[in-house]
Write a protein that binds this ligand. Structure first.
Ligand code: HEM
Length: 242
């Protein structure tokens, strides 16, 4: 038998080699404005952070969508591991916001001139996160209802249960999105300040700080508060509530 020729490219498609053909690197790397198109060299940094966020969120949403279907079919462990992947994707896009620290507030004023009314508020990835999270919350709510489960009680019973593990994965997903919003708000205030409006006319401080408090699954967070009321110091809370 002849030795395998690893130098031969075997895939069809665009690109000089199999890596380029499978990963579609020619198309991918042509998606950023070229040096002769840009008004500021840091547009590359700005586009790479945004475009890679869209990719990670594409993955996150695919995982949330399949996790939702898995919950409907009763495959709770599969749903939990897919949600963990989705949460990690959001953690990674949160970390990459750090790169925007390297954008000078004055240089960004030049970049802003070519954005039109474009804003991350129209990000397809973040819009899909909203949509898929709603469906996820509904599927989990239906599961609790069908099985007549009392989640608060299950936590009190030790929480060693696939439903509680899944609830924790939902909470983490919700929390990760919120943490992204906190970091995003902080980055905005570093770069354009707080008492200004964005490229879509949104008052930064007023609207974005309100969004930080948003919860996809308020019932799950309520379980935490209920446990505090039921805990050994619950009487203190009851006095504060009165
Ligand atoms: C220089 C960096 C950034 C600045 C100055 C900035 C600024 C803003 C501003 C001012 C808003 C309010 C809406 C408006 O534009 O009027 C906004 C919203 C938003 N931006 Fe950014 N942004 C930055 C980076 C990013 C990145 C990397 C993403 C990732 C795709 C992103 C996604 C969003 C989303 C999803 C919203 C809607 C609000 C929310 O859901 O919390 N932004 N941004």
């Amino acid at each position: 038998m002849l030795p395998k020729d690893y130098k031969t490219q075997v895939l069809s498609g665009e690109g000089a080699n199999d890596y380029a053909r499978y990963m579609r690197t020619d198309s991918l790397l042509a998606l950023q404005r070229s040096p002769d198109e840009v008004v500021h060299r840091d547009e590359l940094l700005f586009q790479v952070v945004h475009q890679s966020t869209e990719l990670w969120l594409k993955l996150a949403c695919a995982e949330v969508e399949t996790a939702t279907a898995a919950i409907r079919e009763g495959h709770l462990e599969q749903a939990t591991s897919l949600l963990r992947r989705a949460a990690l994707s959001v953690q990674l896009v949160t970390e990459q916001l750090e790169m925007l620290r390297h954008l000078s507030p004055w240089d960004f004023q030049t970049i802003r001139t070519v954005l039109g009314h474009g804003s991350g508020a129209d990000s397809p990835g973040w819009r899909a996160v909203q949509r898929h999270s709603r469906a996820l919350g509904q599927a989990f709510g239906a599961l609790l209802q069908e099985r007549e489960l009392n989640l608060t009680q299950m936590y009190q019973d030790g929480g060693h249960n696939p439903v509680v593990t899944l609830a924790e994965a939902l909470i983490e997903w919700d929390e990760r999105v919120s943490i992204w919003r906190v970091r995003h708000y902080k980055v905005i205030t570093l770069i354009i300040g707080h008492d200004v409006v964005g490229t879509q006319g949104t008052p930064v401080q007023e609207v974005l700080t309100r969004l930080i408090a948003h919860r996809f699954f308020p019932e799950l967070w309520q379980v935490r508060a209920d446990l505090t009321r039921r805990g050994p110091l619950g009487a203190d809370q009851a006095a504060a509530d009165a």
